[in-house]
Every structure is written in C-alpha cells, then in structure tokens.
Write a protein that binds this ligand. Structure first.
Ligand code: NAD
Ligand code: UFG
Length: 336
C-alpha cells in the first residue's frame, strides 16, 4: 500500500517506517523536522534497505500537501505529526492547538479531496486523565485533560469520531499509546530529545552515559508499593507493529475503532531504574524530589481489545526496553 506517514522522522514515526518498509509498503513521510533530524530516515533506509520518500513540509501547508496527494496515490495515512511536550503546551497553548488541531484539519481536508479515507491516529493515554479504575480499558470514560497537549489529542479524537459518523465510508483507528520507550534493536534509531528530556527513559539513558549527574525521581509518596509513579511502558517496536495490524483492520472496512496500545503491566520509576541497572550493568544514581505537578500515581491498561480484534500483543518485556534504550544511547551519545 502507499502510506502517508506524518511525523515519520520522529521517534515513533521512524520505528513505524521501519515496520512498514519491512512489510513491503511504500512509505511517504511528511515531517517539518521541528522535533526531528532527517538523518533518522537515512538510518531507516540502512535498517531496511528501502528508502522512504520524504517531503519536508508542515502539514498545515495545504498547497504542498495537495501536491503530495496529487503525485502519489495515497491509500492510507498514519498521522503521528504533532507537538508532544506536556509542560511546553501549558506555556504555548495556541501553538499546540494550531499545530496539532490545525495540522490535522488540513490533512483531513486534503484526504477528503483526494478520496483517501483510511486513517490511523496517534492518540495517547493522556485522554483518560486520572482514571477511577485500573486497568484502563477502551470503555473507561475519558476525563478532563490537565494540559493543552492532552486536550489536542482528546479534541482530535472527537473530530475524527464526528467525521466518521457523518461519512461512514471513512475507516479511522484511534491508537491510544501508553508509555513508549526503548529503541530499534539495531541501535540505529531511537529517542533523541532536544534539550533536557521530559520523559523518564531518555533521562535515565543520559544519566547512564554521563551527560547528567543523576535522575530526579518525582515523588516517593504515592499510594504505590514503593511510593513512586507506575506506568505502562511499551517497547516502541511493539508499538510500531500495532500500526501494521491497524492498517489491516482499515482494509477490512473497520469503521471507527479505538485501541489501547499497552502491555497491561505497571512498573514503578524505581522498577525501571533497577531493571536498567541490572540489564545493562551500569549505575543510575538518583535523588528523590517532590512530585511533578500534573502527574498521577498509577496508569496501566488492558490491551485485550487489540489482541482480540487486531491480533496484536506486545511481545517485548522491560528487559528488552532497557537494553535497547541503552544500546541506542551508548551508540549515539549525541543523538543522530
Ligand atoms: P516526535 O516529536 O519524535 O515526533 C513527532 C514528529 O512530528 C516530529 O518528527 C516533528 O518534527 C513532526 N511534526 C510536528 N508538527 C508537525 C507539523 N505541523 N508538520 C509536520 N511535521 C510535524 O514524537 P513521538 O514521540 O514520535 O510522537 C509521535 C506521536 O505520538 C505524536 O503525535 C505524539 O503526541 C504521540 N504520542 C507520543 C507519546 C510518547 O510518549 N512519545 C505518547 C502518546 C502519544
Ligand atoms: N519521572 C521521574 N523523573 C523524570 C521523568 C519522569 O521520576 O525525570 C516519572 C514521572 O513522575 C512518572 C514516570 O516517571 O511517574 C513517567 O513519566 P514520563 O514523563 O516518562 O511519562 P508520563 O506518563 O508522564 O507521560 C508520557 C508522555 C505523555 C503521554 C503519556 C501517556 O509524556 O505525553 O506518557 O502516553 F500522554
């Protein structure tokens, strides 16, 4: 299939590109490189021996998108492009709404114009907010979001639900990612944050490689077994494979579907630190700091619906995630 992959030069997008190319799809990447390095796509080509087609443009550039659709018979779109830093979104809400929602609306208009009505959207666990019961399932009610980034995901979901309701010939899958970590086992692509990492695993790997003195653990007084926050970490390669399964469902005319991409397992911050140290034989000094505003105690989710309906389950465990994250960081201490 000819697949348009927005945000395909980014962390998750580059891993999706590898899986799509391995499966024999023709991949057309659109990315404005606001949070990525084009070298990631060269690395994708090294891993797969296939070159994705790459257009450097903003998805809000309607004229450019039109040209891309006119020149390529695009059959489905995997839409990963977006700004994703929770803290930054509270400082720059307009930029987040404009980029994430504006970009999606432009993409949808052009898809409609070129009669491409198959879409997989990168949504997030953030739409569940602080869920009342765990594990989260797709039937768990969405809660109000606590930041503009989360609202963009929640609002885009609603826009897509409304579009599919009005025009049932659209096939749309909302994939709610839990916490993607790790990297491709080749060590050629991985997470490459700008500046100080916001997320746990890239911070740990930067401590391990000597770029930062210690990890700050945000809170050890949560109502969890060791007091630190619990999340559902998923290997980015498993996550990427979930998109292939979603594409298959689109071809079966699935209508509108929502799936959690998660493992069902919750691990604490200290579980991650200890596993990383054991698997890689390297120390990660840490210090307990106050809770980070906006964080919740625990979040993990059932992926049974994806197993049942898509035939997808995460196959890699926490040891694999820690090994591959470190393999990427130590082979690329300064990123790409
Ligand atoms: P990323 O920043 O590495 O990738 C996003 C890509 O989109 C980047 O390459 C960026 O340059 C590009 N981009 C942003 N705005 C654009 C625009 N207007 N036009 C064209 N390109 C644009 O982030 P990621 O971790 O790979 O996340 C991919 C998607 O998954 C995002 O939508 C994110 O919100 C979502 N998501 C990520 C996580 C996570 O923890 N990483 C969790 C849940 C959901
Ligand atoms: N944490 C630390 N120290 C750090 C970074 C994180 O102790 O330096 C802790 C957090 O307090 C939390 C856990 O590690 O308990 C995970 O934090 P992350 O920032 O890695 O991930 P979050 O669960 O906060 O959020 C991430 C993305 C969101 C997305 C969510 C669910 O940043 O955009 O996963 O997919 F919505």
């Amino acid at each position: 299939m000819n697949i348009l992959l927005t945000g395909g030069a980014g962390y998750i997008g580059s891993h999706i590109a590898v899986e799509l190319l391995h499966a024999g799809h023709h991949v057309i990447v659109v990315d404005n490189l606001c949070n990525a390095d084009a070298k990631s796509l060269r690395r994708v080509a090294e891993i797969t021996n296939c070159e994705p087609l790459f257009f450097q443009t903003d998805i809000r550039n309607e004229a450019y998108l039109r040209q891309i659709f006119a020149a390529n018979r695009i059959e489905a779109c995997i839409h990963c492009a977006g700004l994703k830093a929770v803290g930054e979104s509270t400082q720059k809400p307009l930029e987040y709404y404009d980029n994430n929602i504006g970009g999606t609306l432009t993409l949808l208009k052009i898809m409609h114009k070129y009669n491409c009505k198959n879409l997989v959207f990168s949504s997030s666990a953030t739409v569940y907010g602080a869920a009342d019961t765990l594990p989260i399932t797709e039937a768990t009610p969405k809660k109000p979001c606590t930041n503009p980034y989360g609202w963009t995901k929640s609002m885009i979901e609603q826009i897509l639900i409304d579009i599919q309701h009005a025009a049932p010939e659209w096939n749309i899958i909302l994939l709610r990612y839990f916490n993607p970590i790790g990297a491709h086992p080749s060590g050629k692509i991985g997470e490459n944050p700008n500046g100080t990492p916001n997320n746990l695993m890239p911070y740990i790997t930067q401590v391990a490689v000597g770029k930062r003195p210690q990890l700050n653990v945000y809170g050890n007084d949560y109502a969890t077994p060791d007091g630190t926050g619990i999340r559902d970490y998923i290997h980015v390669v498993d996550l990427a494979k979930g998109h292939l399964k979603a594409l298959e469902a689109l071809s079966r005319n699935c209508g509108l579907q929502i799936y959690n991409l998660s493992t069902g397992n919750g691990y604490s911050v200290l579980d991650i630190v200890k596993t990383f140290e054991r698997v890689n034989g390297i120390a990660v000094p840490y210090k307990i700091e106050p809770r980070r505003p906006g964080d919740i105690a625990a979040c993990y989710a059932s992926a049974d619906k994806a197993a049942r309906e898509l035939g997808w389950r995460a196959e890699l465990g926490l040891d694999d995630m820690c090994r591959d994250a470190w393999n990427w960081q130590k082979s690329n201490p300064d990123g790409f």
